[in-house]
Design a protein around this ligand. Structure first.
Ligand code: GDP
Ligand code: MG
Length: 598
């Protein structure tokens, strides 16, 4: 096809506003998949994505569309992840497009991630086409939402399509607007190759499948290509497009979106945002905007069965081939034994990886409480970065500690302003701004330590606003804080995996609550177990778990054997996520208790 007949676009939306459903409808309408072939939510392929109803890995599909003007167009539809953990991937996929369809729920209106996504789209100079979705809902208020889009975002929404991705209303109108209003790509196939990597996945047979948008030049099998940021060179074996299944083509040229494979061993060679060029006659400069994605949240992962350590190592190795944002390195804990320190983009990313490790590799894992990266300036003039609280040097050796801060934007109905401000204040937030979106809703902006966001912020926000708040955040930098390490001792021994870093003013209350929670969470043993919270040598809180009175089996004395067996099995089941720490058995929940201490 001529480049003038190509349109590259993505769909952006706040979570649950109907992005994936709309994408499915568009696939169906353009005949990329027949209804019969069509599984529910094709674009969300991973089981986990389907279950959780979120998009984790973005996808790109090539579609043919015969427009009302009588011409056949090639559309590349790029699906984007909807969660803040994956903002960088969203941003790169937007860079591969000229336009964005902005889906807004007709009942909910604009939410925090609607705005965050619009800003990303504007940063990438995209043409934005507003679509008001879910007009089939009885609670839909399309005209109010239209007005809101105009006033809050400043977009002309007079032609916004009123759609229902559920029933199929408005799909054709959306495609016609895509053709008419989103510009064709500008590119020159005779120039040196410049292709933007916006995603990749690992295929056990072909190696890494690199998802690219070709800006200039062309890519064909047999070419030697270089990744401009990593310098890695490879020979292209295959190029193709997603229809949505991977389909071979002879070449991809300027304006195209597709993939290539080049027997690449790990996704770490192919970084999202990097530029691919040819080794001979290469482009002189990479495309703008590349940055390395760095994990923000770290935790320890330990197999419950120590003998599973090699299995966990292999599983992480395989997982890493597929996930450029995942980091891991071996770590030893005196409490938990051999495991790994793993880095993630955020809590959701962490939960997804843990769940996949357990499901796909049959592992049972203990994960320790997540931590952010602290910058520690020592009295010797050194700067160290710490992602494991137990590594914090003793107080006398520290000059100051800095922690990461984020700018949090929260949208709520005005009745909840008080509760949100109270929560932000409690989370050590610094008030920045508050603006009315309309008569009923308010945007509140705070600067908050990232660790407070990781610890329970979202759940607290939801419960204190009856689920009406929406939330988005971005990292703004490091700031000095008065932080201390809180150690937990079981039976007089420090359990390194339970140590955490906390603001001095909160240390007492959090230490006390944690001791109380551990008392409930750790099952009784044959002997009494003292629990203490300490800062340095100073114990600030204590509890004790009373000894078990008698063996549970004693109850079955004289009872029938099946009942006895059932009890034993139940005990075994309960043991699944337990770890022997010294002579105390500690369950998984104990390591996460630190997340909910307010
Ligand atoms: P995403 O998170 O933006 O990808 O949203 P999904 O496409 O997963 O949709 C979220 C929920 O809204 C699902 O339960 C959909 O079935 C539902 N949904 C999507 N579009 C419509 C619509 O037009 N009308 C109604 N009533 N429900 C919709
Ligand atoms: Mg989705």
């Amino acid at each position: 096809v001529a480049i003038s007949r190509i349109r590259n676009f993505c769909i952006i939306a706040h979570i649950d506003h109907g992005k994936s459903t709309l994408a499915d409808r568009i696939l169906e309408y353009t005949g990329a998949l027949s209804k019969r072939e069509m599984q529910e939510q094709v674009l969300d392929q991973m089981d986990l994505e389907r279950e959780r109803g979120i998009t984790i890995k973005l996808q790109a599909v090539r579609l043919n569309y015969l427009a009302d003007d009588g011409n056949l167009y090639t559309l590349h539809l790029i699906d984007t992840p909807g969660h803040v953990d994956f903002t960088y991937e969203v941003s790169r996929s937007l860079a591969a497009c000229e336009g964005a369809v902005l889906v807004v729920d007709a009942a909910q209106g604009i939410e925090a991630q609607t705005l965050a996504n619009v800003y990303l789209a504007l940063d990438n100079d995209l043409e934005i086409l507003p679509v008001i979705n879910k007009i089939d809902l009885p609670s839909a208020e399309p005209e109010r939402v239209r007005e809101e889009i105009e006033r809050v975002i400043g977009l002309d929404a007079s032609e916004a399509v009123l759609a229902s991705a559920k029933t199929g209303i408005g799909i054709k109108e959306i495609l016609e607007q895509v053709i008419k209003q989103i510009p064709a790509p500008i590119g020159d196939s005779s120039k040196p190759l410049q292709a933007l990597i916006f995603d990749s996945h690992y295929d056990p047979y072909r190696g890494v499948i690199v998802y690219v948008r070709i800006l200039h030049g062309a890519i064909r099998p047999g070419m030697r290509v270089r990744m401009m940021a990593t310098g890695a060179e490879h020979e292209v074996v295959e190029v193709g497009t997603f229809r949505p299944r991977m389909t071979n083509v002879d070449e991809l040229s300027a304006g195209d979106v597709g993939y290539f494979a080049a027997a690449i061993k790990t996704v770490h060679d192919t970084r999202v945002g990097d530029t691919v060029t040819t080794v001979e006659g290469s482009a002189t400069s990479p495309l703008p905007g590349y940055r390395r994605i760095n994990p923000m949240v770290f935790c320890g992962m330990y197999p419950v069965e120590s003998s599973d350590y090699p299995l966990l190592r292999d599983a992480l190795e395989k997982m890493e081939l597929n996930d450029a944002a995942l980091r891991y390195e071996p770590e030893t804990s005196s409490a938990l034994g051999f495991g790994f320190r793993c880095g993630f983009l955020g809590l959701l990313h962490m939960e997804i990886i843990q769940e996949r490790l357990e499901r796909e590799y049959g592992l049972t894992l203990i994960t320790t409480a997540p931590s952010v990266i602290y910058h520690v300036y020592t009295t010797k003039g050194e700067t160290i970065e710490i992602d494991n609280p137990s590594m914090l040097p003793e107080a006398g050796k520290i000059e100051r500690v800095e922690e990461p801060y984020v700018k949090a934007s929260i949208i709520v109905p005005k009745d909840f302003v008080g509760s949100v401000m109270e929560l932000c204040q409690e989370k050590r937030g610094v008030f920045v701004d508050m603006r009315y979106l309309d008569e009923t809703r308010v945007t509140i902006i705070y600067e908050v330590p990232l660790t407070e966001i990781v610890y329970d912020f979202f759940d607290r926000l939801k419960s204190s606003t009856k689920g009406y708040a929406s939330f988005d955040y971005e990292l703004i930098g490091y700031r000095e804080s008065d932080l201390v390490k809180l150690d937990i001792l079981l039976n007089g021994e420090i359990v390194d995996a339970l140590s955490f870093i906390v603001h001095r003013e909160k240390a007492y209350s959090r230490g006390k609550i944690l001791c109380e929670k551990l008392k409930e969470l750790i099952p009784r043993q044959m002997f009494e177990v003292p629990i203490q919270a300490a800062i340095g040598n100073k114990v600030i809180a204590r509890e004790s778990i009373r000894a078990m009175r008698k063996n549970v089996l004693a109850k079955c004395y004289g009872g029938d054997i099946t009942r006895k067996r059932k009890l034993l099995e139940k005990q075994k089941e309960g043991k699944k996520r337990m770890k022997q720490v010294g002579n105390v058995e500690v369950p998984q929940e104990a390591f996460m208790a630190v997340l909910r201490l307010d």
